[in-house]
Design a protein around this ligand. Structure first.
Ligand code: SF4
Length: 428
């Protein structure tokens, strides 16, 4: 069969320089690359990552497989509708269709719920036998140990960076995180054998790697073995880490540096301890942020910190001190998001029950818009407050200070810090 995999565009890009920044440095999710990897070789495959390539709706395929998250769902549905109108069979999957399969099914011939690896061969066989079912539920978590190395050379990806996955899932179940969807298996933590990750890294031509794992501090000992094995590969990488673990182990930080780590992506999320406790992330101890960041920096590693506004404990007061507090933390590249109740999360169901979801226009669920009624402020207060913090943090003088401060971390962390700061500014 002729199969087209489609990854709809995210984030929305309107300006030409955003497109350039995206093409150079932002690699799209690897979900479809993973499915392409396990697709039996007798099928022919094309993979379109928007905006790297444009879709050609005049082409005819036996299967069009589209993966989407909540903000890309409307675009995915448009693509699905158009291909179906022309007689193509469309299969939808990903976080959003897994959370709202009935909605997705109104735009597709079939929906895959959960991780597709376990059911993909069945879906293809059923299409070949003209017996496609409306829904396929992946009952067990995909086994990373038996996965073949990620297929390269299919689709276009960023010029300078590539994504890879060493582990999957996160057991923390924070109530606002898509990984906490209990009907799926993303709360089950799994690891790829280190030699397999190394093999995949060797197959990737790009020097700069972006680990898309939820966190490389969930199993510190695993990550230490991975870092040891990566030492000779001469790669540079960025990965997610949890603030309560990242600075606990000197060896971990030393090995990360030696392996080529340049920056940790860390979800600090809130400056308000009560908010962290309320959403199930009490392990984030606000009063430890500064010492942990300093320790990471002392090992020549930069920190990209994400902050979220709009938790139920947040009042407008949080904005008055946020910029100063975040600047005082000495984070190399801070980013500011507005809380989003993604379908499938405990937060979504709670706010929906409380009648606080303001819109179900999914393309508004982009982390920079308010889509729910905050508890202790108005939606406009939340929007204006978060934008003001973001704008002040990304003033030219603040960016310059952060980039100059990063010089002491070494060349690669400095380059990563400059890149992250400029990318953040370009997207604003
Ligand atoms: S927010 Fe982070 S720590 Fe919490 S469940 Fe999601 S990935 Fe895990």
């Amino acid at each position: 069969m002729r199969i087209l995999f489609v990854q709809p565009l995210y984030p929305p890009i309107s300006k030409p320089f955003q497109r350039i920044a995206f093409k150079l440095g932002t690699s799209p999710a690897i979900t479809l690359q993973q499915l392409a990897t396990i697709t039996p070789p007798h099928h022919s495959i094309e993979l379109i990552n928007e905006p790297f390539q444009r879709l050609d709706f005049s082409q005819q395929y036996d299967v069009v497989a589209i993966s989407c998250i909540t903000p890309t769902a409307p675009r995915a549905y448009n693509i699905a509708d158009e291909f179906r109108r022309k007689g193509n069979t469309v299969v939808l999957g990903g976080y959003h269709p897994s959370a709202l399969p009935q909605e997705a099914l109104s735009h597709a011939d079939s929906v895959v719920i959960g991780e597709a690896e376990n059911v993909w061969a069945t879906v293809l066989r059923d299409i070949e036998q003209k017996n496609l079912q409306p829904m396929y539920y992946s009952k067990t978590p995909a086994d990373l140990k038996t996965m073949p190395p990620l297929r390269q050379g299919v689709g276009e990806f960023a010029l300078l960076t590539a994504r890879i996955e060493a582990t999957r899932g996160c057991p923390m179940r924070c109530d606002y995180c898509s990984m906490s969807n209990l009907q799926i298996h993303w709360h089950v933590y799994r690891k790829k054998p280190v030699p397999l990750v190394v093999k995949e890294l060797q197959m990737i031509p790009q020097k700069w790697i972006n680990f898309c794992d939820a966190s490389l501090t969930i199993d510190i000992e695993y990550s230490k073995s991975l870092f040891k094995a990566m030492k000779s590969l001469n790669k540079r990488f960025i990965c997610y880490a949890n603030i309560h673990m990242v600075a606990k182990d000197e060896d971990f930080l030393n090995l990360a540096k030696e392996a080529g780590c340049t920056m940790f992506n860390i979800g600090f999320d809130s400056l308000n301890q009560a908010s962290m406790n309320a959403v199930g992330k009490a392990v984030n101890q606000v009063n430890e942020y500064k010492t942990s960041i300093k320790k990471v920096n002392d090992h020549g590693l930069a920190v990209n910190g994400q902050f979220v506004f709009g938790f139920d404990n947040d009042t407008t007061q949080v904005f008055q001190t946020a910029t100063q507090t975040i600047n005082n933390l000495d984070i190399d590249s801070p980013s500011v998001n507005i809380l989003v109740p993604y379908p499938g999360t405990a937060l979504y169901y709670r706010l929906d029950r409380e009648g606080r979801i303001l819109t179900k226009e999914w393309d508004q669920y982009t982390l920079d818009k308010v889509v729910f009624q905050p508890k202790k402020m108005s939606p406009d207060d939340l929007l204006d407050g978060a934008h003001q913090v973001w704008k002040t943090l990304n003033s030219t003088s603040n960016i310059l200070k952060r980039c100059l401060k990063a010089i002491k971390l070494g060349i690669s962390p400095t380059l990563m810090t400059i890149g992250q700061n400029l990318y953040g500014k370009a997207l604003y």
